[in-house]
Design a protein around this ligand. Structure first.
Ligand SMILES: [Zn+2]
Length: 321
C-alpha cells in the first residue's frame, strides 16, 4: 500500500520552528513579498495603484508619490490595525494550516501568548479570507449533494419523569441548522447553511453547472433535483455505494467538520457555523497540498482580502449580531 500523503516528506515543507526563527525584518520582508507578489515585494499604493512611493527609513510606512496616501504593509488588508508583531501573524497562519481538523482559539492564544479574544478574531479573519475565495464559485461534472445537522442540542432532564421526546419540534430549541454541501468529484467543495435540507434547492440550482450529474441520498426533498439535473440516488438503508451512485465524498467532508466540532471547537453552531464549514471545505480541497503551500495560500488570501467588516474592532462594537 502506498504511503498516506500526510505521512510523506512532500506534505511537510514548512516547519513552525523555521517561522519562529524569522527575525522581525525577515517576517516583514515576507509580508511585503506575499502582498505585492506581482512587483517582487515593491509596495504599490492601495488607493491609486501607483508604484512610485516614498519609504521612510525609521518607520515601516510608505507614502504614495501620486496621491500622498500613507500606508503600511498591512493597511487595507485583513490585518489592518494590527496589534501583534508581523512574525506572530505568520506563526498564527502556520499553526492554523497545520491543524487538519482546525485549531481552537484557546489553543492559539496559548501558542502565541495573546488574549483569547485576539486569537478568536484572528482565526475568524483567516476563515473569512479563505471563504471569500469560494464566493461565486460553481461546481460541475459529477457532484455529490448531502446535508449534515449541527447545533441545537437540548440537554435531557436529569430525572426520567421530566424527560421529553427530543424528536418533536416542540421540544427542540430551534437552533438546529443543516450544512448542505455540493462536492465536485476531484474538484471543489461548496458548503452552505440552511434551516432544512429542502431549503437548499435554489442554492443548488445556482451553484451546480447545468449538465452536471448529481448524486444524492434517498431523502424525498431531493426528488425535485431530477427536473433540473441527471440525478442518481443511493439508498443508505441498503448500501453506501451501489456502483452507480454514492455520496461518500460529501460524507467525508462532514466527517472532517464533525471531528472539528467534537474534537476541536466543541461548538460550531450558531452564527459561525458557515465560517467553520467554509474552513473545513478549504482544508478538504487542499488536503493534498503541502503545508508550506497552504501557508503561502492563506497568507496571500489574508493580505489580498480587504478589511473585514464583520471582524474589524469586533470586541469594541456596542452590539454584535
Ligand atoms: Zn496613491
Amino acid at each position: 500500500m502506498s504511503q498516506h500523503f500526510l505521512l510523506s516528506a512532500k506534505a511537510r515543507s514548512l516547519s513552525l520552528a523555521k517561522v519562529a526563527r524569522l527575525s522581525d525584518a525577515e517576517a516583514y520582508e515576507t509580508f511585503k513579498l506575499v502582498r505585492w507578489s506581482a512587483t517582487d515585494g515593491q509596495p504599490v499604493c492601495p488607493r491609486c495603484e501607483c508604484a512610485a512611493v516614498y519609504t521612510y527609513e525609521t518607520r515601516k510606512l510608505f507614502k504614495c508619490k501620486a496621491c500622498s496616501h500613507q500606508f503600511s504593509v498591512t493597511s487595507g488588508t485583513i490585518f489592518a490595525s494590527r496589534k501583534l508583531p508581523v512574525r506572530d501573524y505568520l506563526l498564527a497562519i502556520a499553526i492554523f494550516v497545520n491543524g487538519a481538523k482546525g485549531h481552537s482559539a484557546l489553543q492559539l492564544s496559548r501558542d502565541l501568548d495573546c488574549q483569547y479574544k485576539t486569537a478568536f478574531v484572528l482565526s475568524h479573519k483567516l476563515r473569512e479570507a479563505l471563504a471569500a475565495e469560494a464566493n461565486g464559485q460553481t461546481v460541475s461534472g459529477e457532484v455529490e449533494v448531502d446535508g449534515g445537522y449541527f447545533g441545537g442540542y437540548v440537554k435531557p432532564a436529569n430525572n426520567k419523569t421530566n424527560r421529553r421526546d427530543r424528536r418533536f419540534v416542540s421540544n427542540q430549541n430551534g437552533k438546529r441548522r443543516v450544512v448542505v454541501v455540493m462536492r465536485e468529484r476531484g474538484g471543489r467543495t461548496l458548503p452552505f447553511v440552511f434551516r432544512s435540507e429542502a431549503a437548499s434547492l435554489v442554492t443548488i440550482a445556482r451553484n451546480v453547472a447545468p449538465g452536471s450529474i448529481i448524486h444524492a441520498d434517498e431523502a424525498a426533498h431531493w426528488d425535485a433535483l431530477h427536473a433540473r439535473f441527471l440525478t442518481k440516488r443511493i439508498n443508505h438503508s441498503e448500501s453506501y455505494s451501489d456502483g452507480e451512485a454514492c455520496t461518500n465524498q460529501a460524507e467525508s467532508f462532514f466527517s472532517r467538520l464533525r471531528r472539528a466540532e467534537i474534537g476541536i471547537h466543541h461548538h460550531v453552531a450558531g452564527p459561525y457555523l458557515s465560517a467553520y464549514a467554509s474552513e473545513m471545505a478549504w482544508r478538504e480541497n487542499n488536503r493534498r497540498v503541502s503545508n508550506g503551500e497552504q501557508y503561502l495560500m492563506t497568507a496571500a488570501a489574508a493580505l489580498l482580502h480587504p478589511v473585514s467588516r464583520q471582524w474589524k474592532g469586533y470586541w469594541q462594537k456596542a452590539s454584535r449580531t
